[in-house]
Structures are given as structure tokens and as C-alpha cells.
Ligand binder design. Structure first.
Ligand code: BES
Ligand code: MN
Ligand code: ZN
Length: 500
């Protein structure tokens, strides 16, 4: 997809589709009013007649509209004028994106980013517009047979997008659009990896993808094999990899575009390419969705792609412990005691609490980079979905400033996170009679006890944990990876880059 920003009279633009916003009740933003003028009030008339629903994101396609040069016009409701905020704006963009992706127009002009939004500048509006429109065009048809694939592709969808403004243009607006597009590109990679099933998206595939990315964007990468991982003493990570025939991989990525002496930010992604539960086998229902258990890793790779494409001047390290979690003759058994890289011993009371077992060694490994901060991303607990549903990611941190910063960037990007307490009192729940700790904390507060477990390995630096069990994918009819939390991480890193 190709984006340009323009200031022009909307009625005069030759395009396949012109997308205009309108408020419930008929108030028209500047560019829509201009188009309305050129059509002798046809747009206002249609709205007054009730043809466009009030709800933000409702649409009305006008196949031909005398007075405008566009082949078609799409009116998008912005909802009530006095309720117009981030959410209504995103709903409007989402609806436009859907129409753009499915419709016959090859190119389109979108005027929505020109609409004033309380507390948001043009750069923010453009970044969101570029991201949501580009993301709306995402499809996963790699595994459909050729015939279906051709039918699905059938040359639908706009490829050239013009974002229309009435104000002045400037370099920072171009940057905003590039960023929005880069974030969507990163999300697409995260979604592709998430959607790819466990038989194809193996630890080796994750490593190959990371290597291809490093080649494309010229950053450094190391892929540690089983023998290297053994040498490091990652007994906890390796205990998860015992039941599978797939070789484990520990992926280490170095993106160095910041000052030579600037401490890196480290991102750690859980890379369980299929979570059967191991010997503590999961029940059968929806077990297929455990192919998404590497979405933390996918989001780290997606964020690297976005960051590299944006060329952010920061130092970033990415760590991905990747393995399957399978039962088998050699698999770790409930009650087994393993020794982590940190030296702390762990009684594996439940082999299905494997995410923390792979993450803890990666978090210990992170120490060597003397990081500015560490953020891990993991589909860690079903309890997080129970607590927060599928709206925000769970956030726990050993540093309240870092947590507040992430919550802010979540709100800003529309990829929100919500904090849960990481109080010491919960640590008691991890007590083991046979080792330094157990790997589960019992029935209550499962998301918090999982984070408490990780906290025992993150004492050397500022650390935040994102539990994306609820946000990384959708179930049911819309089953598929979401690309979250790439937007949140990208927003965080963009802000850190401009602060530096
Ligand atoms: N990958 C799962 C978490 C998960 C489950 C995410 C369902 C999304 C939907 C994780 O490895 C896991 O199995 N966690 C257990 C922990 C429990 C054994 C303490 C869980 O949440 O049930
Ligand atoms: Mn599990
Ligand atoms: Zn898991």
C-alpha cells in the first residue's frame, strides 16, 4: 500500500473512492462541507433524510454523486459531535478500512484525518489513519488452495491511498504516516506468524523469520541452539523442550541505531509454538488456539520490523525462547525439579505453566545487556482473560513509572494495557516444599502469581510484563491473530526515541 498526504478540494479529485466523515445530526467537517457545496447540498440532504446511521463507523456508499469527480463516495459516520473522541475516530477509520479492502476502487482519497479531535494533533490522526487503513487490508490466505486464493484475491482493495488535509503539510506529518504504515507492517508480520499453524510455525521457523528480518534490515542476530542453551545453564527453558521433537531455539536480536553508549531496551517474547500443556495435558476444546502461544515472540519480531522500517534511533535487543510444549517419554513430569540459569530451583508442579519457565531464563539472560528496561510479552495466563477479557493486555511491573508510561502509550495507540498489582504478599503462593519455588500459585490471582514468578528473575533492572493471553488473538468466527501489542510497543519506542 502506498500513502500520500495532500491538500486539495475533495470534489475535484479523480479517485476510485472518496471517503468523507459526517457527524450524527448532520454537522459536516470542513472537507465534507466543501464536497457538499460542490454537490449542491446532496450530502447534507442524504444525511438529513436519515440514510446514514448515527453510530460512529456506520457507512453509506454513494455509487455516483454529481458534482464530485470521484467514482464513488463513502460517507462515514463520526457519531455525535460532542462525543467525538479517539474511539469514534478509530471506529470511523476501521469502517473506511473495511470498505477500502473489500471494494472495487484501486485508489482512494480519505478525508477523515482532517477532522479535529480533542487533544490530538494532525500527526496523531494521520499515524492512526495510515495504521488502521493499512492493517484493514491484512489477509491471511497463504494456506488456501490456489483456486480459493485467486478467488479471494480477485484484485479487490485499494492500493494507493491519499490522506486529505485542509491545513498545512510538513515533514512531521510525512513521518507520522510512515510510522503508521510501518506499525501496520509489523502487525502483519506478527499476525502471519500467529496465524501460521504449529506444524509450520516451529521454533526453527521463528528463527528463520528472525534471520530473514535481520538480513533485510541489516541488524545483528544470533540463534542459539540446544547445545548453546545447555552451556548457558538454561535448565528451566530446556525442561519445557524435553517432550517435543522440534529443536528449541533461543533467538537474540540486536538493533543498534542509537548512541553507542545508550543502554538498550530489551524485549522478550514467549515463543511456545504449540502449547499442548505437556504431561499436564490441556483439555481438547479449542486446543488449536494454542498455536497462538508464540504471539509474544511474534509481537517482538513485528515490533523489530516496525522499528527497523521507521529507522528509530534507539538500541533494542530482542530475546525469544522458542520451543513446543509437548508430552512425550522424555517430557518433564509434574514434581520434577529444574535449575534455572539464575541458579534458583523450580518445582514444576504443572507442566502447562510453561511460559514462565522459558521466560525466566530469557529474563536472566537479559541482565548481560545492562538494559534501560526490559519488557516481556507473553500469552501467559488464562486467568488474564478471565480478569480483563479481550480489551486490554494485563500489565505488571516492578517499576511504577515504567508501568504508567506503558499505560499512557497504550491509550495513545489504542492498544491498551491495564495494570494489576505485583505485591509481595502474593509471593507466598509460590512456595514449594522441595525447591526454591513452585511454578504455579494455586487457584487465585493466576496472572499475578505468574508475574510474581517472573519478578524473581528481574531484580537487576526495571521490568514490565505484558500478559497478552486475551489480546493477541480473537476466537470464534473472527479467529485470528490481532498483531497486538505491536502498536503499544511501537508507541512506547517512538516516544523513547524522541526523548533521547
Ligand atoms: N498459554 C497458556 C495460557 C493461555 C491459556 C492463554 C488460554 C490463552 C488462553 C499458558 O501456558 C497456560 O497454560 N497457563 C496456565 C497456567 C496454570 C497451569 C497455572 C493457565 O492459564 O491455565
Ligand atoms: Mn501452558
Ligand atoms: Zn502457554
Amino acid at each position: 500500500m502506498e500513502f500520500t498526504i495532500k491538500t486539495a478540494s475533495p470534489a475535484k479529485l479523480k479517485t476510485g473512492l472518496l471517503v468523507l466523515g459526517a457527524f450524527a445530526g448532520g454537522k459536516l467537517p470542513a472537507l465534507t462541507a466543501a464536497a457538499d457545496g460542490a454537490t449542491e447540498g446532496r450530502i447534507a440532504h442524504l444525511i438529513k433524510r436519515g440514510d446514514l446511521d448515527d453510530k460512529a463507523g456506520a457507512t453509506l456508499l454513494i455509487p455516483e454523486l454529481a458534482g464530485v469527480h470521484a467514482e464513488r463516495v463513502l460517507l462515514v459516520s463520526l457519531g455525535k459531535d460532542d462525543e467525538f473522541g479517539d474511539r469514534a475516530y478509530r471506529d470511523a477509520l476501521g469502517a473506511a478500512a473495511k470498505a477500502l479492502a473489500a471494494g472495487p476502487a484501486k485508489d482512494a482519497v480519505v478525508a477523515l484525518a482532517d477532522v479535529e479531535l480533542p487533544g490530538r494533533d494532525a500527526a496523531w490522526r494521520l499515524q492512526q489513519a495510515a495504521r488502521i487503513v493499512a492493517d484493514g487490508a491484512y489477509r491471511f490466505d497463504a494456506l488456501k488452495s490456489d483456486k480459493d486464493k485467486k478467488a479471494a484475491k480477485k484484485e479487490r482493495g485499494a492500493k494507493k491511498l491519499t490522506l486529505l488535509l485542509s491545513g498545512e503539510l510538513g515533514a512531521e506529518l510525512d513521518t507520522a504516516v510512515l510510522q503508521g504504515h510501518a506499525i501496520a507492517t509489523g502487525m502483519a508480520l506478527a499476525k502471519d506468524l500467529g496465524n501460521l499453524p504449529g506444524n509450520l510455525c516451529t521454533p526453527t521457523h521463528l528463527a528463520d523469520t528472525a534471520e530473514a528480518l535481520a538480513r533485510q534490515y541489516k541488524f545483528e542476530i544470533e540463534v542459539l541452539e540446544r547445545a548453546d542453551i545447555e552451556k548457558l545453564g538454561m535448565g528451566s527453558f530446556l525442561s519445557v523442550a524435553r517432550g517435543t521433537h522440534q529443536p528449541p531455539k533461543f533467538i537474540v536480536m540486536h538493533y543498534k541505531a542509537g548512541k553507542a553508549k545508550a543502554k538498550p531496551i530489551v524485549l522478550v517474547g514467549k515463543g511456545i509454538t504449540f502449547d499442548s500443556g505437556g504431561i499436564s495435558l490441556k483439555p481438547g476444546a479449542e486446543m488449536d488456539e494454542m498455536k497462538f502461544d508464540m504471539c509474544g515472540a511474534a509481537s517482538v519480531l513485528g515490533t523489530f520490523k516496525a522499528v527497523a522500517q521507521m529507522g528509530l534511533p534507539i538500541n533494542l535487543v530482542g530475546l525469544i525462547p522458542a520451543t513446543e510444549n509437548m508430552p512425550g517419554g522424555a517430557a518433564t513430569k509434574p514434581g520434577d525439579v529444574v535449575t534455572s540459569m539464575s541458579g534458583q530451583t523450580i518445582e514444576v508442579l504443572n507442566t502447562d505453566a510453561e511460559g514462565r519457565l522459558v521466560l525466566c531464563d530469557a529474563l536472566t539472560y537479559a541482565e548481560r545487556f545492562k538494559p534501560e528496561c526490559v519488557i516481556d510479552v507473553a500469552t501467559l495466563t488464562g486467568a488474564c482473560v478471565v480478569a480483563l477479557g479481550k480489551i486490554p493486555s494485563g500489565l505488571l511491573a516492578n517499576d511504577d513509572e515504567l508501568a504508567a508510561e506503558l499505560i499512557r502509550r497504550g491509550t495513545e495507540s489504542g492498544d491498551r494495557a491495564w495494570q494489576l498489582p505485583l505485591w509481595d504478599e502474593y509471593q507466598d503462593l509460590l512456595k514449594s516444599n522441595f525447591a526454591d519455588m513452585g511454578n504455579i500459585g494455586g487457584r487465585y490471582a493466576g496472572t499475578i502469581t505468574a508475574a510474581c514468578f517472573l519478578a524473581r528473575f528481574t531484580k537487576a533492572y526495571k521490568w514490565a510484563h505484558l500478559d497478552i493471553a486475551g489480546t493477541a488473538w480473537l476466537s470464534g468466527e473472527a479467529k485470528g491473530a490481532t498483531g497486538r501489542p505491536v502498536p503499544l510497543l511501537a508507541a512506547f519506542l517512538i516516544a523513547r526515541a524522541s526523548a533521547a
